[in-house]
Design a protein around this ligand. Structure first.
Ligand code: FB9
Length: 499
């Protein structure tokens, strides 16, 4: 049997003695020691829940003290603090201000107004001196009276209100009477119907705690998917629903050959230096012998001399450069491997997608980290055109709830034509960049053995931006990295893409 809290027993005794508590505020104040009205109200709530008391509330407005006034209650009004800081012989203004800090100005103004102090101009500056031998801190007294619930004269209230020391507050006081289950002892409400009760029949007079069918059960301890992974799952569903096959992206370390050279990205391209790319030192290289000689030769010649209608880059293509290992800068490195494999296995139309981490040695800002999740879609078939690309992009972004698209010509070393994709976001009420796209260059596809007449359209986007938009996350650092609060993971709602 839980011990009756002190407040509880005082309430029950008062009810037992007087049959009612007319005014809980007066009751709290009259208790010795005085009780905090809020805790009395709290106790009444639980006694009422047990049917032991009934309450009836009435609104009451009264003067309340501002937090500033609370401070003056314990330290005295600013003017009295100032007066008490002026020694017999006076004190120079600067020291006084230094001593009193933020209340110096108010204290000074009030003390001057109340003619408690005078200022004397001396060759060393202003000297503050007492004008009276003692002062009454009426303000502090008035604030104490307010705290004690005493009523002040209207003029005093007006003054205190002007100094923003008091304000009208409303609170509820209660008239309390005995409830249907009133007793001096709280009867423990049974929470379970036990075998023993049934055997001894004690259930008949037992008090059962009402079932609270609205009580939220204890959340079963379960794992939580990070928002990024929820959005990834949603994108996966969209791609698979559109008949795309997922590409294997389980190798963050890639050779420059598949990440750049196979994509016809020139060896002098700025993205290929350490400013943009994380090169790996151990193992630093992947021998080009891992790439079939004939294909590697065709890549070399297309870079150096062109072919298939291209004039190439006309500069020497160095194997050493292509062997350098790096952290892949895009999942297009995986697309190049898959397209080569598709060509080698005997080309047939295909639709591939990938969603995984890529790494770029870029400046970190509110929306960019050195690594992010890239999504990529690739469609290869005979006679594909830019129209097909625009069509499949419309289909794809339609499923994200982005039905209005705009395309801006862009440049990628491995696609021509290329387009940046923009969509109108109803949520953000603005056009946002939602990705990049293009048609893979013949200089990339032909050396792989992709038959003439086959075109490959592709597009890419990130996972972070949509996740930030869908979960209202403003800074990418809140999404991934050491600053992530696990609550974002635990409390994030399900991902509603496009719905
Ligand atoms: O994701 C991006 N934006 C985006 C996407 C979806 C979205 O959905 C909302 C819920 C409704 C909202 C926004 N972007 C691409 C655009 C910008 O965020 C951009 O600033 C950042 N980009 C990343 C790269 O940053 C260096 C996003 C990332 C990106 C950009 C291009 C590609 C991939 C990822 C690509 C490609 C490509 C091109 C041709 C062929 C193959 C791949």
């Amino acid at each position: 049997m839980p011990a009756a809290t002190d407040v509880e027993s005082q309430v029950l005794e008062a009810l037992n003695a007087h049959g009612e508590i007319a005014d809980t505020e007066a009751f709290s104040r009259s208790a010795s020691p005085a009780l905090d009205h809020q805790s009395v109200v709290g106790t009444l709530r639980s006694l009422e829940a047990a049917g032991m008391v009934s309450t009836e509330g009435t609104e009451r407005t009264r003067l309340g003290l501002s937090s500033e006034a609370q401070d003056y209650l314990s330290n005295g009004s600013p003017e009295s603090q100032l007066y008490n800081s002026v020694p017999e012989g006076g004190i120079c203004m600067a020291d006084l201000k230094a001593q009193l800090g933020s209340i110096a100005d108010i204290g000074f103004r009030q003390a001057m107004q109340q003619k408690w102090i005078v200022i004397e101009k001396t060759e060393t500056g202003q000297l503050v001196k007492r004008k009276v031998s003692e002062v009454q801190d009426k303000v502090a007294q008035q604030l104490q009276d307010v705290a004690d619930g005493k009523t002040l004269a209207e003029a005093e209230v007006k003054d205190l209100r002007k100094r923003k020391l008091v304000m009208q507050t409303t609170h509820t006081v209660y008239h309390v009477t005995k409830g249907p289950n009133f007793s001096m002892q709280r009867r423990k409400a049974e929470t379970d119907l036990t075998q023993e009760m049934l055997q001894r029949g004690t259930w008949r007079e037992a008090e059962f705690k009402p079932y609270n069918f609205n009580a939220l059960g204890v959340a079963p301890p379960s794992g939580h998917l990070h928002p990024l992974l929820k959005v990834r799952a949603a994108f996966r569903k969209i791609f698979t629903q559109m008949g795309f096959e997922e590409m294997p992206t389980n190798s963050f370390v890639e050779s420059s050959f598949w990440n750049f050279d196979a994509l016809f990205q020139p060896q002098q391209h700025p993205a290929r230096d350490a400013h943009d790319t994380f090169f790996v030192t151990h193992p630093a290289t992947t021998p080009l012998s891992t790439v079939p000689e004939d294909y590697r030769k065709r890549v070399q010649s297309i870079h150096e001399r062109g072919g298939f209608g291209s004039k190439g880059y006309g500069s020497p293509w160095r194997e050493g450069e292509a062997e350098k290992n790096l952290l892949r800068t895009h999942t297009t490195a995986v697309s190049s491997r898959m397209l080569y494999r598709l060509a080698q296995q005997g080309f047939k139309p295909a639709k591939y997608f990938s969603i995984d981490r890529v790494f770029r040695n870029e400046a970190i800002d509110r929306t960019h980290l050195a690594e992010f999740f890239q999504l990529e879609g690739v469609v290869c078939d005979y006679g594909l055109t830019l129209g097909h690309l625009i069509g499949v992009l419309s289909q794809f972004f339609e499923r994200l709830g982005l039905s209005e698209l705009r395309f801006k010509p862009a440049y990628n070393p491995y696609t021509e034509p290329s387009m940046e994709i923009f969509a109108y976001s109803k949520e953000l009420k603005k056009w946002i960049e939602v990705g990049n796209s293009g048609m893979f260059r013949p200089e990339m596809l032909r050396p792989m053995g992709i038959p003439p007449g086959v075109n490959v359209i592709a597009w890419g986007l990130g996972l972070e931006r949509p996740t930030m938009i869908l979960y209202g996350i403003n800074n990418i650092r809140e999404l991934s990295g050491h600053k992530v609060s696990l609550n974002i993971v635990r409390q994030n709602p399900i991902c509603r893409l496009g719905l």
